[in-house]
Design a protein around this ligand. Structure first.
Ligand SMILES: Cc1ncc(COP(=O)(O)O)c(C=O)c1O
Length: 460
């Protein structure tokens, strides 16, 4: 298929559907104008910004969300991977009501928080854990504890990966092709020199040297970095399945190889399971891929929609929170979040729930694959339980550099097309769909009809 012609067609669709989307979302535009006065970009997180404005929601029920214009959508955005329980699930509503009656906050540990800690340790195969309030805090604290346990400063992270917005990990998040650089060269003393670009202004220069970047699915590059920096690397942090460039699955043996390399060099392997923890299997990536890391970070789906995060792992490392590594927080494990998280994990996201999510996910991915094959557009799907995506490149991705070869124009045509047909999508091709336990085959069918028509329209 001629790529230039396809891009031109995508641009036509994006323009026509984009105009229609704007004409249907006038209340969102009005709220945007109001929000702009008090909120930069009119939103509360840079990831929520829209072009020219985002769609503002006001209501969620089951598998649907309703925007401020009153349009009802089937929700495949899933609150960036949080809403695996769906919206207003009766068990969640009950847990919130009970917490409101009992107590929302003490800043004192409660029994329900201990019960949630037990559930998380059992489910994700770790000895001990601590609560935090977000994925950012979870990876930040995991890295601090790894540094404390090893007495080392440097960390390795993967090229093009996101672990939240604390300084140490804001390197090589979405590097442009011309600033990609890993092991750069050797310095005057002959020592290999690693470089990368911070992804945010305001990250202290002093940290540049502490974060080493290697490509995903390349254990040899990690080994080489350890050899180049003997006794200096505290931890390797990665998403066991990369989920901020569509989805990139780990090659066979890659995760175990990283664990072996970390153990050989006295470092800590940290899985960032913020996205995959409550979505791709009952026990997250550790269960799905059979590799239990030394430390892991969780957030999003494990809270059932409440604000929560956690990190944990081997007792021999976690004990450093009692030996000088700062780990605290006024709202950590508050009774409200704990009650909601406990209801989500023990009453809703049971093993049976993952069978349901897996069935729907496969139905969705297979249906998208059929539409892609029939239309001949360059794309493929990834199917991982509650998570999955269409990536606009024929071959699966191995790492971030492959993501740069996808065709974002096709995604940006699909976005308004799908939203105009009642499918609420994440605004960006780096994201993926999230299915909830309240989704039905009918929801999937509606998605597939809209996507099938999109592929045909694109290929015309
Ligand atoms: C893999 C990963 N880690 C960490 C984070 C940060 O989580 P939060 O937004 O809760 O701070 C995210 C957020 O999208 C994420 O996708």
């Amino acid at each position: 298929m001629d790529l230039q012609r396809l891009k031109a067609r995508a641009a036509e669709i994006a323009e026509k559907e984009g105009k229609e989307l704007l004409s249907r979302t006038t209340a969102s535009e009005k709220l945007f104008q109001r929000a702009l006065k008090t909120l930069p970009n009119g939103v509360v997180s840079n990831f929520q910004a829209g072009d020219p404005y985002p769609i503002y929601l006001e209501h969620g029920k089951g598998s649907t969300v309703t925007d401020v214009d009153g349009t009802v959508y089937r929700d495949f955005h899933g609150g960036f991977g949080v809403n695996v329980v769906g919206h207003a699930h009766p068990k969640i509503v009950e847990a919130i009501k009970k917490a409101a009656d009992d107590a929302i906050h003490f800043a004192v540990t409660t029994e329900v928080t201990v019960a949630l800690a037990e559930e998380i340790c059992e489910r994700f195969q770790c000895d001990q854990m601590r609560f935090v309030n977000s994925g950012t805090e979870a990876t930040m604290d995991a890295i601090r504890v790894a540094r404390a346990a090893t007495g080392r400063d440097r960390i390795i992270k993967m090229e093009g990966s996101y672990h939240g917005h604390h300084d140490s990990v804001l390197f090589s998040v979405v590097p442009e092709a011309d600033v990609l650089d890993l092991r750069h060269s050797v310095d005057q003393t002959g020592k290999p020199w690693y470089t990368t670009q911070p992804t945010s202004k305001g990250v202290p220069n002093a940290l540049w040297d502490t974060t080493i970047i290697t490509p995903f699915n390349d254990a040899a590059a990690v080994e080489a970095a350890f050899v180049d920096n003997p006794g200096e690397i505290a931890a390797v942090i990665l998403e066991p399945v990369m989920m901020n460039i569509g989805i990139v699955v780990p090659h066979d043996g890659y995760l175990q190889a990283l664990k072996d390399i970390c153990e050989k060099h006295g470092a800590v392997l940290i899985f960032d399971e913020v996205k995959c923890g409550g979505t791709i299997a009952y026990g997250g990536a550790a269960e799905r891929y059979g590799v239990v890391p030394h430390l892991a970070a969780w957030a999003k789906a494990i809270g059932g929609g409440a604000t929560t995060g956690a990190f944990g792992g081997d007792e021999s490392i976690m004990e450093f929170v009692t030996k000088g590594a700062a780990q605290q927080g006024t709202f950590n494990g508050n009774p409200l979040s704990s009650a909601v998280g406990l209801a989500a994990l023990t009453q809703i996201l049971t093993r049976d729930a993952y069978d349901h999510l897996g069935k729907l996910g496969t139905m969705l991915a297979e249906g998208c694959d059929r539409a892609i094959a029939e239309s001949g557009i360059p794309a493929h799907t990834v199917d991982l339980g509650a998570k999955g995506c269409v990536s606009y490149r024929t071959e699966p991705l191995t790492n971030y550099r492959d993501f740069l070869e996808t065709v974002p124009d096709l995604y940006w045509a699909s976005y308004p097309w799908m939203v105009n047909r009642g499918i609420f999508m994440t605004p960006g091709d780096e994201e993926q769909w999230t299915i909830s336990v309240q989704h039905t085959e009918e929801d999937i069918q509606t998605y597939l009809e809209a996507f099938g028509e999109f592929c045909q329209e694109l290929a015309k």
